[in-house]
Each structure stands twice: as C-alpha cells, then as structure tokens.
Design a protein around this ligand. Structure first.
Ligand code: PA5
Length: 411
C-alpha cells in the first residue's frame, strides 16, 4: 500500500476544533453529488464503454490523442508510467506549436490511426485547432466526413458542447466524461482509461488501486495521519513555505510529476493563496535542482517518492578496480537508486528541510491508481484547508477570453 511519513522539524499546531471542521467540509465535499471523481473507482460502466469501443478499433496501429491540460496530462502519465505493453504508436497533439504539430503528424499514417478527441467543454481552442488540422490531413488522404466514424472517437460531456453535437451529426462514437468531473480529476474516466487499453495497461487494476486507497484513507488511524499531512502543508503555507517539490525517484513517473503540477497549481492557486508545484525526478535532479532544495530558501515542502521494487535490474559488477567502479561493483542498479534516495533524505533532514517521504511498493497499475486518488484527495483537502474552491479555474478563463477577443478583432 502507498504510504507517507513526514520528516520535518516543523511541528504542526492544530486545534482539534479546526481539524474537525476541516474533516467535515472535506468529507462533505467528497460525498456531494456535484463532485464525482471520488466515486470513480466503483464505476465499472465507464470502463465497459471504453472496452466495447476498444474492441471496435483495437487493430489500429496509431493512436492520436488530441486534448490539452486535464484532457491530456493524465493519459500521458499513464502511458509513460505503464504503457509499454502494446505495439500501438501514440502521438499526443497537446499543444499548438506548428513545428511540433508537423513532426508529430509526420510520425502517423492517418489511414491507420484512431483519433481520440478529448474535451470536456468541446470548445477549447487548442483542441479544436488540432482537430481541424487532422480533418484537413484526412481529407488529403481521401477520407470524407461520412467515414469519420471509422477514424474518430470523441470523449466529452454527456450532454453539452460542440463535440457532442458533432458526434450526433457525424455518427461518431463518443465516450462520456461525467458532468461532475473536471479535467484534472478525470484520468480515471474514459479520458485516461480508453488510451490505457490501447497501451496494454490493465485499466481495471487502476480502478482497484484507487478503490484500495480510498478504503485505506477511511480507516480512522490512517485517515488521521492523512489529515495531519494536509494540516502540516497548510500550516507551512501560512508561514510562507509555499513551494511543493514533487520528486519521484523514477524516470517512468516523470509525467506523474507533470500531472501533479497541473492538479496542484490549477486547483489551489487562487485568491492570493496557493502552493507552487515544482516537478523534479531522482536521481537525475540531484545533479540539478537539488542544490537549491538543499541549501536555498526555506520555502519548500519536498515530496520524495520512493519506488521500493523495480521490475528490472542490472548488475554493476565491473573489472575496473578503482574509484566508483570498485565501489559500485558489488551492487545492483536499484541498490544505487536506494542509496541515493536514502542519502538525499538524510542530508535534507540534516539541513532541516521539510520532507514528505512517499512510498509505493512497485510501479504497477494498482499502485499508480493509489497514487492518483491519493494525490487528488490531498489536493481537495488542501483546497478546503486554504478555503479555495479546488474545482474551478477562473484565472485560466480570463486568459481565454482575451485570446478569443484577439482572434475576433484580427479576423
Ligand atoms: O483541469 C481542467 O479543467 C483544465 O485543465 C481542462 O482540462 C483544460 O482546460 C481543457 O479543457 P477541455 O477538456 O474542456 O478541453
């Protein structure tokens, strides 16, 4: 099971009345019908709809994922962490850089591709732009609108939005993002589950993992330590310790950090409050950002995420009888990772840094599912303790409005 330990000189001072009221607003939020992500682990209908659609398209050689923000970061995380089990070639069109668009499309034979357009609102400019480009490219390949059903699957709100309307017009198969789940909380809906199937990931096990951690957090003792973690971060926030470093010791979890960054930043940064997330990964960033984390300003909480057991390993045995070769020779690569993790943890403690040691037994569907739901719950807990709404993003909307105005006035 995923677990966590606070390693910090800071002692959180929480009045039990404050803690009780936080626990109440947090649990009321998770149980409210307007918030859906917390109940996703039991929702097998969404997975079934993905499996049925997968059966129709499973022979496709390319999977082109169009989406941005919460509609792309979750699937990208799943694929990078676990998606090495199928021969399907994935391409993410998740930005509007024309050069990158060209390079990405050059990798794909669209005649052999499934294009998965993901947008909760169905109106996001970047997503619509990528979709228009792909439609133009399909036309060049001789694909007409009445054949779109064989090339596209949409993922959007069950009732609203332009994608929903187009799906009806073009008879394109569509998977639902439940209306009570926002982009950054949607990875365990068809947003992530459908691409996961194409990548050979056991999507059912992801849900089981999420279900496990949910049960685990409802245990009174474990729940208490989870709330203490939230209060610890909130208390430090109030003392201007407002940076959150997310540092898994795993290359395969680099995109988990990117996903976490969006979740944490977009959910918590509002009304002058918030925690600035910084992505990092070990051991690589020990030769980069770690100097700052170790001796820079005391304004950070570091989440160091340890993967206890790697699937593969290598001997470091060497015939070179000197220096680091000799030192490493009796060990395996995973043991060097362990040594670097432990060494950094100890040094951070000596430097009186604020650390949360997260641990998963290994990187598989079950533990990634746990990590996902744990991160989402912690984000909501922090939102509630800071007194901000973790589910909206008014600051993003403002920029979109001006971009649209620019487009209108320049057309
Ligand atoms: O987390 C969010 O809600 C956002 O990041 C959205 O996912 C992002 O803006 C894309 O929106 P949509 O899915 O409506 O295209």
């Amino acid at each position: 099971m995923l677990n966590w330990t606070i390693r910090s000189p800071h002692k959180t001072n929480v009045k039990s009345s404050d803690l009780n009221s936080l626990v109440k607003t947090y649990t009321d939020t998770l149980n409210s019908p307007e918030i859906g992500f917390f109940r996703l682990p039991e929702n097998r209908e969404l997975l079934k709809s993905c499996q049925d659609t997968y059966e129709i398209f499973k022979k496709k050689k390319y999977f082109v994922h169009i989406g941005i923000g919460g509609s792309a970061l979750g699937p990208d995380m799943l694929l990078k962490a676990l998606g090495d089990k199928s021969g399907v070639e994935f391409v993410f069109l998740n930005n509007i850089d024309p050069d990158d668009m060209k390079r990405s499309l050059d990798k794909v034979d669209l005649k052999d591709a499934l294009v998965y357009v993901v947008s909760k609102s169905g109106t996001t400019a970047e997503t619509v732009a990528a979709m228009s480009i792909v439609m133009n490219e399909l036309e060049k390949c001789g694909v007409k609108k009445d054949q779109y059903r064989d090339y596209f699957v949409f993922c959007t709100d069950p009732e609203k939005g332009d994608l929903r309307k187009l799906a009806a017009e073009w008879n394109v198969r569509t998977l639902d993002i439940p209306s009570n789940i926002g982009g950054r909380f949607s990875v365990l809906t068809p947003v992530g589950l459908f691409p996961a199937l194409f990548a050979g990931i056991d999507a059912h096990d992801l849900l089981i993992g999420a279900q496990d951690i949910r049960k685990h957090l409802s245990d009174p003792e474990i729940g208490k330590s989870f709330y203490e973690l939230g209060m610890f971060i909130k208390d430090l926030h109030d003392q201007n310790v407002r940076q959150t470093i997310m540092m898994p010791y795993s290359s395969l979890l680099k995109e988990y950090s990117a996903w976490f960054v969006q979740l944490w930043a977009e959910s918590l940064g509002k009304e002058g409050k918030g925690l600035t997330p910084v992505p990092a990964y070990g051991a690589t960033d020990q030769h980069s950002q770690m100097q700052l984390f170790m001796e820079g300003p005391q304004d950070k909480v570091l989440f160091l995420l340890e993967v206890e057991q790697f699937e593969s390993d290598f001997s470091l045995k060497s015939t070179v009888d000197m220096g680091a070769f000799k030192l490493l020779s009796p060990f395996k690569l995973s043991q060097l990772m362990k040594a670097e993790f432990e060494g950094t943890l100890k040094a951070l403690e000596e430097n009186k840094r604020h650390v949360v040691h997260l641990k998963i037994p290994t990187l598989n569907e079950q533990f990634l599912g746990q990590l996902i739901l744990f991160s989402e719950c912690l984000t909501v807990l922090l939102g509630k303790s800071l007194g901000v709404d973790p589910f909206n993003q008014p600051g993003v909307e403002a920029g979109k409005k001006y971009a649209n105005a620019w487009l209108k006035s320049n057309s």
